[in-house]
Design a protein. Sequence first.
Length: 184
Amino acid sequence: MKLETMRPLILSLTIALTSLFAAACATDPRDDMEIGDDLTVNHVAPMGGEALMQRKDELERALSDMMIFRQTLESMNDRRDSRGIDSSQEFLNRYMAIHLEPLLEPRWQSSHPELILVDANLRFVQAELLIQMGYGLGGWTDDVIDELIERYKQRGNILVDYPVGTQTTLREALRILRNHKVRS
């Protein structure tokens, strides 16, 4: 098939996908996704040994993924690439709701010495990504920020990597994140 004959098909498909993504972004994307509520021992009890190292690897891999998503979305925002942002949003919503949220669910990892920093950094990047995606006022972004405040209320002086590329105290990082949210 020649490219000229395929162009109307490609254009129609692009318009349909863009409409689908726009409709999906109109509400809180977590409402439409089925996320298992079944808690395992890993969700309620601290780990040790190999299981702990595996959890740390999972969190670090998720942080690396989120940093790549953040950088990509930031680049699209700088270029004012609304089509790229729209097409990425459904994927990012699903990734965070299905993969990231369950990974961040266990409360014990927010106070475990081996995991506390990667857990906090991952939550900050998630909040920033949600703000970049336009969830700046209320909803999911506020849930992530509220969870940060709740889990780390006694640890305001630990150093976190936020804003990305710098280290600040968790207390200062929360202030910066809130200001970023209000500006968006």
